[in-house]
Design a protein around this ligand. Sequence first.
Ligand SMILES: Nc1ncnc2c1ncn2[C@@H]1O[C@H](COP(=O)(O)OP(=O)(O)OP(=O)(O)O)[C@@H](O)[C@H]1O
Length: 294
Amino acid sequence: MVTIRQLEVKYGSQTALRIDTPVSFEKGERIGIIGSNGAGKSTLIKALLGLIPYRGRVITNLKPEQMAVHMQFNEYVTTMSVKYIMETILDTKIAKNKELQELISFFEFESCLPKRFNALSGGQKQKFTIIMVMFQKAELTFYDEVTSGLDFETRQRLTEKLSQWYRDKEDTLVVVSHYYEELEQLASKLLILDKGRVIAFGEKQRLFRKYCGKVVLIMENNDKNRALSRNFPTLKSPEHLIALSCEDEAQEWKAMKALAENNVNFKRSNSDIEIMFMNARERFYAQQKVSSER
Ligand SMILES: Nc1ncnc2c1ncn2[C@@H]1O[C@H](COP(=O)(O)OP(=O)(O)OP(=O)(O)O)[C@@H](O)[C@H]1O
């Protein structure tokens, strides 16, 4: 559907994004884009939508009107109801449009319709834009930080709604997010960016296997657990945690037995995106260092 053969975006003299190896988004895929602040995530979306100039080659059979986008920040006039804005932008009447009614009801947005945009809560504002984006039924839909700025519970509820809506559909989605739980639910493939470079791209489980092993056992970082973990291969992990990497079932049983015998609480995961991201980044820079030393 979209193939990025090569892409370079510069703001002045600063290169914000450079993709050298081809990246393709195929029909029906759910792609998550992750990366720290300033990694180039929004820049990539803007370039794909043709909103900013870039050098390189992006091949797509999609016309601009076949792509829909939910940007991080959205503003609307505040002198009229959101119902009026929705009907004007979508050029339809809610009362006569079953599909739009279904979306409004799915997102429990009915009671918000008479309100003005500035009177909506953060979550309601996002729902408003999501409904309008979904209504376009685009071939390719981008969600850029759709739950950013929302409290934990609202974020979870909205992610669940999005995941439910798309569950049995074939839409192609590109979801940019800082929140790993969101990508666990919405993405099956990941594009990991850092400082404008592609660190890794591929199917979520394949990347987990490559950077973390079969499974990771995650426990609190304290003196006792640090001592225990010395007998096992560990991965890079958030500072308050220790992650043991298990390459196969035998290693997993051995590590679990040791943790159980020492009465350690742990979480087992074969999909932790945060730990996978940290280790992919670590390996990328280690390889860069080796090749620059050659
Ligand atoms: N309009 C602009 N002018 C100059 N520099 C810009 C502009 N927009 C982005 N940048 C820079 O380009 C780099 C990538 O920015 P981008 O917004 O794509 O990052 P991001 O991964 O989306 O970050 P965040 O997670 O913080 O939204 C950053 O260093 C940023 O400061």
